[in-house]
Design a protein around this ligand. Structure first.
Ligand SMILES: [Zn+2]
Length: 351
């Protein structure tokens, strides 16, 4: 099992030194079976020098070396990011994740840890005694977790990855004609915003969970069956604005409109396309379960507004711009456009 990555795939890494290291590993294992021990040895040899020495301990823990351990390393590096927000570190983590997934065919998958908003969501449902079917099983072999989210947004990640098609630098959306630069720019801006995004989601979460408990488990915090428009206006105001044709929204079509806005499968590679469709069908059947996606999407757009506000705020008297925000350039911290697939990218609609 060599490393199944083609040259083009490797070239999409933003940091050349990471691409070079992956290249070296790729050549090294061209004709050999990659065991977890060999993978770790090569990671230490080629990727460890790229990260600050204070993080080397992550690669040198005395634990049995398994594929899951390799995956955990990439995840631990990603969690260090919250403290330092170092995009190179993130990319090294990503390279390790690729070594984990792409040393077999089809790529090796891992069960992802649950994000905190899902934990709280399930706990609120439990307190209200609402049963939650949180796993989709289209057939005997396949399991889909609708609460598995891209680390940088609200979308389902690509199979076996931590990033969605919109944010993965190495898997540009097909509809965009493989525009690598745009994909790399989205990825970079996503990493820059990650800490702020997590905080924005957390603020909404804290407020609503507190409200839920102080109101003695009032269910209004969760996605309602009726009065969805009013709920969105109050609790997810940015998504409400992005919906555009709000007057058309009613309790019957609200979930469909939200999914069109946030989670359209158009332009995705075929396996991801199927997964998106199955998740969307599941959410249509169980509207309550859209809550975690909405809190992440609202948090993402709030974070984005904050970043824009910071730019505007530098001038006196200019808080949030009254005019539509200036479209950021390809290198700005906000670049997260998805031309040609506007429905999948909510912010596209707002401009
Ligand atoms: Zn994403």
């Amino acid at each position: 099992m060599p490393l199944y990555l083609d040259d083009e795939f490797i070239e999409t890494f933003v940091y050349e030194e990471v691409a070079v290291a992956l290249w070296a590993i790729h050549l090294h294992v061209e004709d050999v079976a990659v065991t977890p021990a060999l993978a770790l040895r090569l990671i230490r040899q080629y990727l460890q020098p790229l990260i600050p020495p204070e993080h080397w301990y992550v690669l040198n823990q005395k634990q049995p070396v398994t594929w899951n351990r390799i995956w955990m390393i990439s995840s631990e590096l990603a969690s260090l990011l919250g403290r330092g927000n170092d995009p190179l570190l993130f990319e090294v983590g990503n390279a390790i994740e690729l070594i984990h997934s792409h040393t077999t065919r089809p790529p090796r998958e891992y069960t992802f840890a649950t994000v905190i908003e899902v934990t709280y969501f399930l706990s609120m449902c439990g307190q209200l005694k609402i049963p939650v079917q949180s796993q989709i099983r289209p057939d005997r072999e396949q399991r889909i977790d609708p609460f598995n989210f891209c680390s940088l947004c609200w979308r389902q990640p690509l199979p076996g990855r931590k990033l969605c098609a919109h944010h993965a630098p190495s898997t540009p959306l097909m509809a965009e004609g493989a525009d690598k630069r745009a994909a790399a720019a989205r990825y970079k801006s996503g990493i820059r915003q990650k800490e702020q995004f997590d905080k924005a989601v957390n603020r909404i979460l804290t407020k609503e969970v507190t409200e839920f408990h102080e109101g003695l488990f009032t269910p209004v915090v969760l996605f309602p069956e009726q009065g969805i428009a009013a709920w969105l206006t109050e609790r997810r105001p940015l998504l409400w604005q992005l919906l555009g044709e709000q007057q058309e929204l009613n309790d019957g079509n609200a979930v469909g409109m939200l999914l069109d806005l946030l989670h359209s499968p158009d332009g995705l590679p075929s396996k991801a396309y199927q997964i998106y469709r199955q998740i969307n069908q599941h959410l249509q059947k169980h509207p309550l379960l859209i809550w975690p996606m909405l809190i992440r999407a609202e948090g993402w757009h709030r974070c984005r507004e904050e970043v824009r506000g910071q730019w505007g705020g530098k001038r006196s008297g200019a808080g949030r711009p009254v005019q539509p925000a200036i479209e950021p350039s390809a290198t700005s911290p906000c670049t997260d456009q998805q031309p040609g697939a506007a429905r999948g990218c909510a912010d596209h609609k707002s401009q």
